[in-house]
Each structure stands twice: as structure tokens, then as C-alpha cells.
Design a protein around this ligand. Structure first.
Ligand SMILES: [Zn+2]
Length: 154
């Protein structure tokens, strides 16, 4: 059964670290699947729409993103393309409780990543999903939305 993981809060130093690439061959597949399932449960219960591994204390390039019908698990996700246009959006973060802010994000992004089985894939997203990808991938670089927000509100 998946279990809830504690979510780290700013200013925890792990949140500021650049995450390492996740080398699938050095992981036990069951262990990695269990970690991803724990992250999905933790995201849903929070409740949140995305969660990056540094937020649960692991400095590895792994994110989960809420999406219907199934949440997405992305290993080593990278933005490989984006629209020229940006949109200003409201944003919050499970690691920065009690705050939200306004931030400019690309309207559309193309993300390349691997599945838990090691298959490469690309996914295009726009609007809210594009925002979540950018937010979670920022976490892998040690960046929080509060670093980029044009306005912070409580
Ligand atoms: Zn966050």
C-alpha cells in the first residue's frame, strides 16, 4: 500500500539543491514504483496537483503530476520547447504553505521524460498542465515559484 510522505517546507536546504539525474539502472524497479506511488498519494492527499522528489527529501529528477484519468510520473523531465507567449497565473506550492503569488509562465511547453520502464516520451501541455510542469521542473533545479513571482500574497 502506498504511504504518505512528509513534505519539506521552505527553507529546507534540499529544496534548494539541484537534483541528480535518476539513473534507472541503479534503482530496484519495485522500489521506484513504490516511491512514485507514495508521491502520487502524498500529492493527492495534500491536496496538490504536482509533487517533485526534492519536496519529499529526495534529490532526484522525478515528478508526479495530477491529470485525468491517471496521474503522470515523469523521470528526468526536461522542457524541450515552449511557446513564445506567456501567461500570468496564480500559483502556490505545498512546500510554501499559506502563500500564493502571481507568476508568468509559458503558455505551452513540450516536455521530454522517461517512464518508470525507461521509455522516452514527449508530451505537449498548455494552460494549467503547462504551468504544473514548469513549477515541478523548477523544483528539480532548486527553484521555487516565490523566486520568480511578480507578486506574493498571503
Ligand atoms: Zn512546489
Amino acid at each position: 500500500m502506498p504511504k504518505l510522505l512528509p513534505i519539506l517546507h521552505e527553507p529546507h536546504p534540499i529544496l534548494r539543491r539541484r537534483s541528480d539525474a535518476l539513473v534507472l539502472s541503479s534503482w530496484d524497479k519495485k522500489e521506484l514504483q513504490a516511491l512514485a506511488a507514495d508521491m502520487v498519494l502524498t500529492m493527492k492527499k495534500a491536496p496538490g496537483v504536482g509533487l517533485a522528489a526534492p519536496q519529499i527529501g529526495k534529490s532526484i529528477r522525478l515528478i508526479v503530476v495530477e491529470r485525468t484519468p491517471e496521474p503522470l510520473v515523469l523521470i528526468n523531465p526536461k522542457i524541450v520547447g515552449h511557446s513564445l507567449r506567456k501567461q500570468t497565473l496564480e500559483e502556490g506550492c505545498l512546500s510554501v504553505p499559506g502563500k500564493y503569488g502571481l507568476i508568468k509562465r509559458w503558455r505551452e511547453v513540450k516536455v521530454r521524460a522517461q517512464t518508470l520502464d525507461g521509455q522516452s516520451f514527449e508530451i505537449k501541455a498548455q494552460g494549467f498542465l503547462a504551468q504544473i510542469f514548469q513549477h515541478e521542473i523548477d523544483h528539480l533545479h532548486g527553484t521555487l515559484y516565490i523566486d520568480k513571482a511578480t507578486k506574493l500574497l498571503q
